[in-house]
Design a protein around this ligand. Sequence first.
Ligand code: SF4
Length: 624
Amino acid sequence: MFGWTGVFLKIDLSKSQTIAEQYDQTLALNFLGGRGFAIKILWDRLKQGTDPLSPENKLVFATGPLTAVGLPNSGKLVVASKSPLTGGYGDGNIGTLAAVHIRKAGYDALIVEGKAEKPVIVHINDKDCEFVDAKDLWGSSSFETEKWLRKKYARNAGIVSIGPAGENQVKFANVVSQEGRAGGRPGMGAVMGSKNLKAIVIEGTSQISLANPDGMRKLAADGYREVLAKPLYPFWKRQGTMSTIEWSQENSALPTLNYREAVFDKADEIGGFSMEKIKISNRGCPQCNMTCGNVVKDTEGRDSELDYENVVMLGSNIGFGDLAQIATLNRMADELGLDSISLGNVVGFAMEASEKGLIAEKIRWGHFEETKDLINDIAYRRGFGAVLAEGVRASSKIVGKGSSDWAMHVKGLEVSAYDCHAAPSMALAYGTSSIGAHHKDAWVITWEMKIGRENYDSVKVDHLIETQLIRGGLFEALTVCRFPYNSLGFELEWYQKYLKAATGIEFSLNQLNEISDRILNLIRAFWVREFKEKWDSELDVPPLRWFKEPLTEGPLKGEMLDMEKYKGMLRSYYDKKGWNESGVPKQSTLERLGLGEEAKQLKAYVKLETEPFVSTTLQNTPFP
Ligand code: SF4
């Protein structure tokens, strides 16, 4: 098999044991890698109803066939497990040397299971693996941990770790690498903490076996040159995603004061051009020449890496208009191992609850000291911080008094940094995303502004489905970064060529779409299997604030979403996906995608509808 190593490494923390498992090529052909491997592993190996923070949950670090091959933006992995925040499928991608080393050590994925008796570090050196006592590191920040491990092991080893938030099983703790690259928003860091796993260090030295190594070398070099030549590249290098702040402000999409408003009076002060004045360098993921992390100094003179999401969520959404202060809050999030999006969201919730007098704690919008204290309280589960550590959905249940209307989440995952009072398509993207309210699968909002934000029509549904297949399916399965394609216009055909050079297989765009659809349908089936009779289409509806409380400021004053029209779009979405009126995949849809076995298993938990279909079993899939 070219392109894939054909091996997963199972790491059993309870037994301090590793097993290298060969897997069948059919799995690679049907699920590609990354998110595809992760959902298939979790579907097959997790029992329905597994407690996400129990030893029985699995934590998967999965790469793809293009990872570490030396082509543009290919230094990423997907970290996935059953989410303690949502109760459904959770994942995130991280740009990290660990992705490169997993492949060079001869694996496509690591599957971590069980629970170590005491805190450990797993150190993998090609085929060797040791379980190292981590008692001296337990309690350290993710930055200190990595620094210490880099001294002990190779300077360029792959390292992923958790901070105190992961150790304390904060439900939106993430996994951190290389001082600021983080992923696994729906609590993958908490899962790691529940297993007493402080860090994984991996060093691999072998070459990845490619179908056409010479061709790949040339294609990779051509790809880097093509990225550099894209007209938008110079501006991207200056600001990365930060220019989106001015765009969101102009288009009334900038989350402000817990998504109450969509314009912020200090937007210019936190925007891309203000950031450029204090920027000291670019930082990025391995094998990337777009390096979108904007490094600035925080209020204490420490480096902090800013991008659109962390600046908005820790800025306008909680009332901060000072980039150095935002940089400090962001640095705290990275060191503690808290997802900065969810953090800004729960802090905004707390500030609004405090303003309304619903909680005894005093936490004011934009108050620097109070916010820093609250962030520490969340990470260490102290006082009201312990409530917020459970996520915004759980917090609103505790606070009550109507606060669930402005607890900004979908399926328990906090909404990321786009306000949707007047963006029905983006609202549907949040509603139907694979992990809850995240923008990664379908960032359709800029497209929506161009074609008309007021429409709720099927053109929008079609575009959303297509975007989810590419971004949430293909890119997450390949585990390559979406930004070259998405932000610079680096064409999809490049990835087909890369796949051919890596695997020897010529994948058509239709075949890649089918693989993506298979992955996204299996993720949906996983959610349904977990929720069983509690599964309901209401779970695909975004927060009620966007439907009940119109904007009171800016050019779109008075705007809000229309529930009836939203539900019309949702029905159309289900129909086009081959799902029933509750959003459950039909048996025929799963069978058409080669998921007949999975359909049978799902039928043990929910009734599946069916309709006539033309069978194309996995064996008949026309791969060359
Ligand atoms: S563009 Fe940004 S997110 Fe993507 S690989 Fe490069 S540094 Fe990482």
